[in-house]
Design a protein around this ligand. Structure first.
Ligand SMILES: [Fe+2]
Ligand SMILES: [Fe+2]
Length: 237
């Protein structure tokens, strides 16, 4: 089976002032990659105006583009409109579901969604007490369960999980410990480890580290632009 080349970046945080500037860094994308994954926080404040810039920077590229939204993309309360706008220019936007791409006869399955926080095993929020805490933890639990089901049902030769929030602590190294519960949740890694995948891509942790691994041994890569310091990371499967 042919090797797949996955390009990925997150936290590009585009706005009108950056129009045209990201696209010029993608000129050689087709020489290096089979697909481009966008790991959320594509805008600064989640406005439609900013999303139009994102759509124009990533439309009509020579490889398929698959995206998830991040917390910033939710800030103006129009995430569905942003997703629809990106879809209208041919970008696949995942919302706790999956897509299968045929790349020269190899089926690449991508399960994706925003993810959410809660913290990591032994140091995490629990489903106890006030309704607000239960809602917070419940949001992550429901997402993790949807990813588990999507991975279980996925018919693909290679499986990638695309998230905004981090499933592991490894890739948060460099961030203050105090904010770890707002950067991700071990429940996301648990879901992926239960069903298996070849790679997890995430963003959100701007001061984190690129490389990590789930307890089950799945490769994790933090592709937040301030971490990568390059237009995209490249990962081979
Ligand atoms: Fe971000
Ligand atoms: Fe974020």
């Amino acid at each position: 089976m042919r090797e797949l080349r996955i390009a990925a970046v997150g936290d590009v945080h585009l706005d009108e002032s950056m129009r045209g500037r990201y696209r010029e860094r993608l000129g050689d994308l087709a020489d290096h990659a089979d697909v481009l994954l966008l790991a959320g926080d594509l805008t600064r404040h989640g406005t439609i105006e900013e999303a139009r810039v994102v759509a124009d920077e990533f439309r009509d590229l020579p490889v398929p583009v698959v995206a998830v939204l991040g917390n910033h993309d939710h800030h103006s309360d129009v995430p569905a409109e942003i997703a629809a706008l990106l879809k209208s220019v041919g970008i696949t936007v995942l919302h706790d579901d999956s897509v299968v791409l045929d790349i020269d006869g190899v089926r690449l399955g991508v399960v994706g969604g925003k993810g959410f926080g809660g913290g990591y095993a032994g140091k995490c929020a629990s489903d106890f007490g006030e309704p607000e805490i239960k809602a917070f933890v419940g949001h992550t639990k429901r997402i993790a369960e949807r990813w588990r089901v999507a991975l279980k049902e996925l018919q693909a030769d290679r499986k990638v999980v695309l998230s905004h929030y981090s499933p592991v602590k490894d890739t948060l190294e460099g961030e203050p410990l105090e904010i770890y519960p707002f950067l991700g949740s071990y429940l996301l890694a648990e879901a992926v480890d239960g069903e298996g995948a070849d790679l997890i891509i995430h963003g959100h942790a701007h001061a984190g580290t690129e490389k990590g691994e789930t307890p089950g041994g799945v490769r994790v890569r933090n592709v937040a632009l301030p971490v990568l310091k390059r237009a995209y990371g490249l990962y081979c499967l």
